[in-house]
Design a binder for this molecule. Structure first.
Ligand code: DGT
Ligand code: CA
Ligand code: CA
Ligand code: ZN
Length: 581
């Protein structure tokens, strides 16, 4: 059984939370830093630990004590210290802290004072107004908990796209290598690249379904077999449910179409079939004109398609519709009239315009971030460290003086670089839409990203429009400020914002960080329709995070974006012109 890096990281994060809940200092920060580096490490850390403990100690921020625990976890499946901490504080830490505004310290206090162990306990305590009597809390805490608890409960049932995609790659590679498998694909919301995933749907074409099911339930990463039959099975892996269906090769296309969804897209497709005297289901497309009772079985009438998805759509007089568009947002009408967009792809991307270095909260130097972009074959990038201002805590953001100092360093680095290095900043949008860096600085920079970082509830439309109207602002960063499964972010009238963005030549960001995906696909579709330019940025805090770009690209595809709609597909000169206008 391989231990994945994120599973390993989660152990240290839980330890950090439990220690913080007991008011232990320093250690929580050390564990979280280590966890972050373990999660991002380019090789499998468990494998490294099997080589030697000192191999693990080469990971930044992982010293002897943590390395020992990694070895312990990989060898025994537990960490004794973590087990002790769990015994001391027997609470559903991840569940309770998923309520926005409730951190590990609060969990510790409420456990001691009120024996709160679960989300349900927390809700009861808030409803019965018991929390306000605990030292350090008041009615406002109760209000906040009650306002956010339903969102927390729902979001705990869905997994981030960015966590599910690596898992789905593992399972499809494993099945293709192991079973008698003709074809293997993911379907469902993952194939449509929704930002969160209920479960992972895997589809296999094979003549020997029981053998494939057997291989699947034997998958070393399966932590639990939920159910297993002759042609389907479900397992749980890393907390995610994975559904497998095995079909015969002749029916693979029909099954892939059906199980990709979305449900609403399929309903529209089924109606289009009925209009043509056809019956469509997961087994194929059937001509039922000469059939007395079309409901007599699943495979009635004459079978006219099923082997490939393209065949299935063709029987309905449609071209193959890309999976990201299948959300019943006009894609069938567009396909029928030959108006489907020519969607952007990862290869179209030429650079990144929002990233951080060690000048603010990034992990690497300017040179290292530039080198990482060069390695990817980018033509340009823009350094946008945080400016100080509302929402920036702990001295992370740069003052005007520091930005001026950094500008000189960026210019120097740019002179030696093989690619174009733009100088920028990520400044903060306050409640009124003003930005927190002085105009004298902004004017000297090539590119200004303005982002909301605080007061992230209520309607944000006017605030963001005001920021877009600032003459030096080029990009509105992560416009809603949402964090998936953590907070829903600002409400925005996207067509109003897009209108202002188009008028002021400000780009709206698709922040590709898998915790954000902001703007989301549906909003991108509105923005692009209104003629606004969007920009895919990774918000990278280290070079490996440039890989997030694909989540941004697929989100852009969900928003019907073509390459020309996306600033980071333009060449460096065109980007510079956009900044200057
Ligand atoms: P999820 O898992 O909640 O993120 O969303 P999906 O879209 O992956 O949904 P899931 O896993 O329940 O089912 C996979 C696909 O199978 C779904 O997108 C469409 C199709 N499907 C499932 N049940 C039905 C149904 O009752 N009617 C229709 N038309 N399609 C269905
Ligand atoms: Ca699913
Ligand atoms: Ca499913
Ligand atoms: Zn930001």
């Amino acid at each position: 059984m391989t231990v994945r890096n994120d599973e390993l990281a989660a152990q240290f994060e839980e330890m950090a939370d439990l220690l913080e809940a007991q008011n232990v200092e320093y250690k929580p920060v050390a564990y979280r830093r280590a966890a972050e580096n373990i999660r991002e490490y380019p090789e499998n850390v468990a494998h490294l630990s099997q080589e030697s403990q000192s191999a693990v100690e080469r990971i930044d921020r992982v010293g002897e004590a943590i390395a020992e625990k990694i070895v312990e976890y990989v060898e025994t499946g537990t960490i004794a210290e973590l087990e002790e901490l769990r015994d001391e504080l027997p609470v559903d830490m991840a569940g309770i802290t998923s309520v926005e505004g409730v951190g590990p310290k609060t969990v510790g206090t409420l456990y001691e004072a009120l024996d709160v162990r679960t989300l349900d306990d927390l809700e009861t305590a808030a409803r019965e107004a018991n929390i306000r009597d605990v030292k350090g809390f008041g009615p406002k805490t109760e209000e906040n908990i009650l306002a956010n608890i339903d969102f927390a409960r729902e979001s705990r049932q869905r997994q981030l796209l960015g966590e599910s995609v690596p898992l789905s790659t593992d399972i499809t590679a494993y099945l293709s290598d192991t079973g008698p498998v003709d074809r293997c694909d993911v379907a469902g919301s993952l194939r449509r690249w929704r930002s969160t995933i209920g479960d992972i749907d895997v589809l296999v074409a094979s003549a020997d379904a029981p053998k494939v099911v057997e291989a699947f339930t034997d998958w070393p990463d399966a932590d639990e077999v939920i159910e297993a039959g002759t042609s389907k099975a479900s397992v749980r892996s890393n907390g995610v449910r994975v559904d497998l269906r095995v079909v015969v090769p002749d029916e693979f296309g029909a099954a892939l179409q059906y199980f990709t969804g979305s449900r609403d897209h399929n309903i529209a497709i089924r109606n289009r079939a009925i209009d043509r005297g056809l019956k469509i289901n997961e087994y194929g497309v059937f001509d039922i004109t000469d059939v007395d009772d079309p409901d007599a079985g699943q495979r009635v009438g004459e079978r006219i398609a099923g082997k490939t998805e393209a065949d299935v759509y063709e029987t309905l007089d449609l071209p193959l519709i890309p999976a990201e568009l299948r959300e019943a947002r006009g894609e069938i009408e567009a396909a029928a009239t030959d108006k489907l967009p020519e969607l952007i792809s990862v290869d179209d991307i030429r650079g990144d315009l929002h990233l951080h270095t060690e000048w603010s909260d990034g992990r690497n130097s300017i040179e290292e971030m530039v080198a990482g972009a060069e390695e990817r074959g980018y033509e340009y990038l823009c350094i946008t460290d945080h400016a100080s201002g509302p929402g920036m805590v702990g001295g992370v953001g740069l003052s005007d003086d520091e930005l001026e100092e950094q500008l000189a360093v960026i210019r120097e680095t740019g002179d030696d670089a093989a690619i174009e290095v733009f100088a920028g900043v990520e400044t903060n949008i306050d409640e009124n839409g003003s930005v927190s860096t002085s105009d004298a600085i902004l004017e000297q920079l090539d590119c200004v990203v303005a982002s909301p970082h605080f007061a992230l509830d209520g309607d944000g439309t006017d605030r963001l429009i005001a920021a877009a109207e600032h003459p030096d602002v080029d990009i509105i960063g992560h416009p809603t400020g949402r964090q998936l499964n953590r907070r829903s972010g600002l409400d925005i009238d996207v067509s109003k914002l897009a209108n202002a963005a188009a008028r002021t030549e400000t780009a709206l960001e698709i922040n590709a960080n898998p915790h954000r995906l902001d703007l989301r696909g549906g909003a991108v579709q509105v923005a692009v329709e209104m003629g606004a330019t969007v920009v895919i940025d990774t918000d990278a805090h280290r070079p490996s995070s440039y890989d997030y770009v694909r989540y941004g690209v697929h989100t852009a595809r969900r928003g019907w974006a073509e390459p020309t709609d996306v600033l980071t597909t333009w060449n460096a000169d065109a980007v510079r012109t956009f900044f200057e206008s």
